[in-house]
Design a protein around this ligand. Structure first.
Ligand code: C5P
Length: 228
């Protein structure tokens, strides 16, 4: 495959819709690179929390990007996020970090500064990019765009199972309330709000498991390529 053949597959959707697992499965199947853009916002939020910054203060948060030393190392299953030389995988997964990420992600200057960094992940043979605005803003020319939806109830149940499997305590009602709050913040912000790109294929995964959604997405890609 040449550089000209390389393309982007954008997978957007609300938190807990399963887009991270889907993106990983699709990238593995196609041998593509992966961009977990949420992890970048989480890394920035973690840095802001560690420095005890006011997350609502756009200038303070954007200044962190002058010295934003992040990378992803290949791990056994998932890649390992490194912030300032430290493995921060555990901190990054916490609800508190995800919530803080959705606060720093509201700042237009932060989003603008992160554009090039995210686009830099695109390399042959191709990239699967997951997030909220991959198909609308970061990769508007992506060859394939999917918007993964799942009801807040289903997402809360999935998150509950994940946390219990990680031996963390959780309460379904609290998780659902947090999910709805985060959705509202992501949907209602002015800069790159969470919404499907006009040319995205919307997939409701509420009643499908990961294998079924992955199969649906891969067969759409393969069928389209066959007739292109
Ligand atoms: O996907 P994840 O839950 O890791 O993302 C954390 C938060 O980062 C989201 O709630 C959202 O506010 C923000 N985000 C974003 N744009 C992206 C990816 C994530 O605003 N492309």
């Amino acid at each position: 495959m040449t550089t000209d053949d390389a393309y982007v597959i954008a997978i957007d959707g609300p938190s807990g819709s399963g887009k991270g697992s889907l993106a990983l499965a699709v990238a593995r199947e196609l041998g593509f690179h992966l961009l977990d853009s949420g992890a970048i916002y989480r890394l920035l939020a973690l840095k802001a929390i560690e420095q005890q910054l006011d997350l609502d203060d756009e200038d303070q948060v954007v200044a962190l990007l002058d010295d934003f030393d992040i990378r992803f190392e290949a791990g056994e299953e998932l890649s390992i996020p490194i912030l300032d030389g430290r493995n921060v995988a555990a901190e990054l997964r916490r609800e508190k970090t995800g919530d803080a990420a959705s606060v720093v992600a509201r700042h237009p200057a932060v989003r603008a500064r992160l554009l090039e960094l995210q686009r830099g992940f695109f390399r042959p043979p191709g990239l699967v990019a997951d997030g909220r605005d991959m198909g609308t803003t970061v990769f508007p020319d992506a060859r394939f765009k999917f918007f993964l939806y799942a009801s807040p109830e289903v997402r809360a149940q999935r998150r509950y199972k994940q946390l219990i499997n990680m031996e963390l305590s959780a309460n379904i009602a609290d998780l659902q309330a947090e999910i709805e709050e985060r959705d509202a913040r992501d949907r209602n912000r002015s800069a790159s709000p969470l919404k499907p790109a006009e040319d995205a294929l919307i997939v409701d995964s509420s009643l499908m498991d990961l294998a079924q959604v992955t199969e649906l997405v891969l067969s759409h890609i393969r069928e389209t390529e066959r007739y292109d």
